[in-house]
Design a protein around this ligand. Structure first.
Ligand SMILES: NC(=[NH2+])NCCC[C@H](N)C(=O)O
Length: 405
């Protein structure tokens, strides 16, 4: 396997060699107040500024030597094949869903003149009813008046590339998303791992055809042996056990999954909104989830051995990561109001570039100061608009390659 081919992620902090991003596009300008909640946004972002901020993010990554890949470009490469392109469009319309043949025919025509990159971008942006010329009605569904403004919904959460799939070891979980509005995101990941030459024969620890949800924001690769996962608003216990069995049945070195039972609320939607790893023995933590925090260990064996870990989080981390001590750096630096404010704008959602060096939103200045006080180097970028989608630097990035420690 070439240097940049495949997946290799055995930790959260090793030098980040290659990462997958999606820069927000026209999908953001297809968000309207009536559908904010369903589209999982708390406000409508200003696209031009959001793109500027995302470019700052990508710029920092490149400066640090990380290869930055964009989902749209990788998808465009595989859609150069007419067969793959046709198959993708049919699957995409199935899952839209686009139920009537008249509209499907019109959409095929609409996309047929686009370049692969234009088609990918437009699939993500969504297709408004006003964009399609007169539909040649083929069914009742084509004829009845429908006030809904889209034939294909926008997919505005795609810039949170952390969630649709997750790199673990040399494989990935191809996820089932908690919400219908995000599930089509995993179709892009499916096509990527089915067809892109960089990602051939990648083991799948979970597949999108399953029924129980699991999202990448809940998955942290704490070491070559330990995967942490949130039992959260977005990820359920059944999916966690299925994933654990898949990984344990492979040749991967992982032997334990630590499941954190976190509050099932939007603010703490994924484990990485309240807990991330920033150095060999340092973590950010949102104090609001610490006590009580139920943690279960799932250990490899002929049968899964599931144990309730009746200790404090720091003791559990010391035990499983073989550390003499751990430093849990509080979001908000002990200030309850600052913690709540900055957790809401993803103060805990750091992305490690290398051990002890992380990228954060500049707006979370209290938490960033705390990180620095604890010896962590913090690289910052602006977020007036990106954070309106309720995600931070870790949410917006899926590592493909990290150096082993
Ligand atoms: N890994 C994360 N914390 N992702 C944040 C995703 C935010 C997105 N608006 C959602 O509700 O799904």
């Amino acid at each position: 396997m070439g240097n940049h081919e495949g997946i290799s992620v055995y930790n959260e902090i090793g030098q980040l060699k290659s990462v997958l991003l999606h820069c927000p596009g026209e999908e953001i300008e297809n968000i309207v107040p009536d559908y904010l909640r369903r589209l999982l946004f708390d406000e409508i972002a200003y696209l031009k500024q959001a793109c500027k901020e995302h470019d700052q993010f990508a710029g920092i990554l490149r400066q640090e030597g990380t290869e930055v890949l964009y989902l749209t470009e990788l998808m465009a490469e595989i859609l150069e094949s007419q067969e793959v392109r046709d198959g993708f469009l049919e699957d995409f319309m199935d899952e839209g869903p686009v139920g009537t043949e008249g509209i499907r025919e019109a959409l095929r025509e609409f996309f047929s003149t686009m370049s692969p990159l234009e088609m990918v971008r437009k699939c993500i942006a969504g297709v408004r009813t006003e964009e399609l010329a007169a539909i040649k009605p083929k069914s009742l569904g084509d004829m009845v008046r429908n006030p809904y403004p889209f034939y294909l919904d926008p997919i505005p959460n795609l810039y949170f590339q952390r969630d649709p799939f997750a790199s673990i070891g040399e494989g990935v979980t191809l996820n089932v998303m908690h919400s219908k509005t995000r599930n089509r995101e995993t179709l892009f990941a499916k096509y990527l791992f089915d067809h892109h030459p960089r990602f051939q024969n990648i083991p799948r620890w979970y597949n999108r055809d399953k029924s129980h949800p699991i999202e990448g924001g809940d998955l942290l690769v704490l070491s070559e042996k330990i995967v942490a996962v949130g039992i959260s608003e977005r990820t359920d216990a059944v999916a966690i056990e299925k994933m654990a069995k898949s990984i344990f049945n492979s040749n991967e070195p992982f032997d334990t999954v630590l499941a954190f039972d976190i509050p099932k609320t939007r603010a703490y939607m994924h484990l990485d909104t309240v807990f991330t790893m920033v150095d060999h023995d340092k973590f950010t933590i949102y104090p609001g989830i610490v006590s009580p925090l139920d943690v279960y260990s799932i250990s490899k064996g002929t049968e899964l051995k599931i144990t309730y870990e009746a200790s404090e989080l720091s003791s559990i981390l010391k035990k499983y990561l073989n550390l003499p001590a751990v430093d849990l750096i509080p979001c908000g630096n002990g200030d309850v109001i600052a913690a709540s404010r900055e957790q809401w704008s993803d103060g805990s959602n750091t992305l490690a570039i290398s051990p002890g060096k992380v990228i954060c939103y500049d707006r979370n200045h209290v938490t960033n100061a705390a990180l620095r006080k604890h010896g962590v180097e913090v690289l910052e970028f602006e977020s007036y608009e990106l954070s309106r989608g309720r995600g931070g630097p870790r949410c917006m990035s899926m590592p493909l390659k990290r150096e082993k420690l």
